[in-house]
Ligand binder design. Structure first.
Ligand code: GDP
Ligand code: IMO
Ligand code: MG
Length: 429
């Protein structure tokens, strides 16, 4: 069985926890896009793990974890993640990196930051991890693939061109920064090559064989639908396609092999970085949710912007990704709220829209249309079964399911592994 897991809002929905839940029964977990702009949290009896590049199934030794061709890999960050796991007694023997995955090179984070500075008031609020510049170079065909690390002469020749002819002139002439020393950069990357070598493979036969064996394969989405390069709030998006289509091109799995797309949503909305956010709460309710939910970015530590659940966004995601069932996370964060609002559409100049419109300035000035529901004002942290949830909480979940048009099968009632309410649907056998 093949399941694609996608984020349904603006990221940080709790994907890490759902992936960890599903990975217990998965034979393979594949990351297919994004890079270390992602931060996926998994909490087990051994404590908290925050994965940026490492697939979130890595804690299960029998689960093959693949960093797919669509990911951009910063070798420095990946090596750090590997050594952090080792320090905690976990040897990531089950990790495979696609030869085809591109690298975030040391100049990419620098260029990301410099480009952001140049944009001034129009900056995007990127994570400064070099993700946009790395994908741009991939498309320009001046990117470095992980497999290039295994070809020293090729790597040195290419560095001479890309760094010498393209990047150094930009750094020195445009930004008045120091030039990169080619020799030391080549030596540095040859060092990474040695350390990453055991993990680098052509993933085509590995994934195809797993499909032939009818293995349980989970495609781990990073970021989310509203950050999608094509369908998100462009230009306030990331530089990959976190939607279901991106999972396929980013791994090499054919669409005909996919059994289910699982959408992960949080019970309210959060967003890191700039860009339109119609249901944003700029009042004390937003502040309460941020504090109670510790809503600060996993990667950058920035306070996340908070808003009411937006079912227009969620329905858009569900339809765009062909979501078959959903997980609704962090419901417990709303435990204390007496009144909940759900944004069901927008008013733009007197006209109602039921989905995020493509025109960014229209979307920015769209006013949310809300419906209200009573909060449950009960601690739900101990709930494990549907019947354990207070009626008002169930009403909220059912209403969201109805509005977005998909059944909600998994419900997050706290950060821990066991804090889940499941509603009986078998996801992996
Ligand atoms: P991801 O990027 O979608 O994987 O999400 P993050 O890990 O960046 O952020 C989600 C945060 O919520 C993490 O700190 C998780 O440990 C936590 N979390 C996940 N599910 C739940 C839940 O149901 N309730 C609570 N309170 N926390 C949760
Ligand atoms: P996970 O997988 C939330 C946001 C950044 C910024 C925009 C572009 O943990 O849900 P980038 O560095 O990608 O060029 O930044 O995208 N962003 C995320 N926001 N969660 C993420 O990942 C994100 N990855 C990128 O904040 O607004
Ligand atoms: Mg995150």
């Amino acid at each position: 069985m093949v399941i694609i897991l996608v984020g349904g809002q603006w990221g940080d929905e709790g994907k890490g926890k759902v992936i960890d839940y599903l990975a217990a029964k998965a034979d393979m977990v594949i990351r297919s896009q994004g890079g270390n702009n992602a931060g996926h949290t998994v909490i087990t009896e051994h404590g908290e793990f925050k994965f940026q590049l490492m697939p979130s199934g890595i804690l299960y030794p029998k689960c093959v974890c693949i960093i797919g061709n669509g990911v951009v890999v910063d070798p420095i960050v990946l090596l750090r993640e590997i050594s952090q796991l080792r320090e905690r007694g976990i040897e990531p023997k089950n990790l495979i990196i696609s030869e085809r995955a591109h690298m975030v090179m040391s100049y990419h984070p620098l260029l990301d930051q410099l480009e952001e500075d140049t944009r001034g008031d129009d900056r995007l609020g990127t994570t400064w991890r070099g993700i946009g510049p790395a994908y741009a170079d991939k498309v320009r065909r001046i990117g470095f693939r992980i497999g290039d690390l295994q070809k020293e002469a090729f790597m040195r020749k290419k560095l001479a061109f890309v760094v010498g002819q393209v990047k150094n002139p930009i750094l020195t002439k445009l930004y008045e920064k120091e030039a990169i020393d080619l020799g030391s950069m080549a030596t540095e990357y040859m060092g990474y090559a040695k350390q990453l070598d055991p993990y680098i493979k052509d993933t085509f036969p590995i994934i195809q064989d797993a499909l032939d064996r009818k293995s349980n394969i989970l495609l781990e989405g990073a970021q989310a639908t509203m950050l999608d390069l094509d369908f998100g709030t462009y230009p306030y998006v990331t530089s990959s396609n976190p939607t279901a289509g991106g999972a396929l091109t980013g791994s090499g799995i054919p669409p005909t092999k996919v059994d289910l797309t699982l959408g992960v949503f949080k019970a309210y909305t959060s967003r890191v970085g700039y860009g339109p956010f119609p249901s944003e709460l700029l009042d004390e309710v937003g502040e309460q949710i941020r504090e109670r939910g510790h809503e600060f970015g996993t990667v950058t530590g920035r306070p996340r912007r908070i808003g009411w659940f937006d079912s227009a966004v969620a329905r858009y995601s569900a339809r765009l990704n062909g979501v078959g069932c959903a997980a609704l996370m962090r419901l417990d964060i709303l435990d204390e709220q007496p009144l909940l609002k759900i944004c069901t559409g927008y008013d733009f100049r007197g006209k109602r829209f039921d989905h995020p419109v493509a025109n960014i300035s229209h979307y920015k000035h769209s006013k949310p249309i809300y419906e209200e529901m009573a909060g449950w004002q009960t601690d739900i942290g101990a709930a494990r079964k549907w019947e354990d949830l207070p009626q008002k909480c169930r009403d909220y979940i059912e209403r969201i399911g109805e509005l977005i048009g998909v059944p909600i099968e998994l419900i997050g009632t706290g950060p821990r592994r066991d804090q889940f309410v499941t509603r009986g649907r078998k996801l992996f056998d």
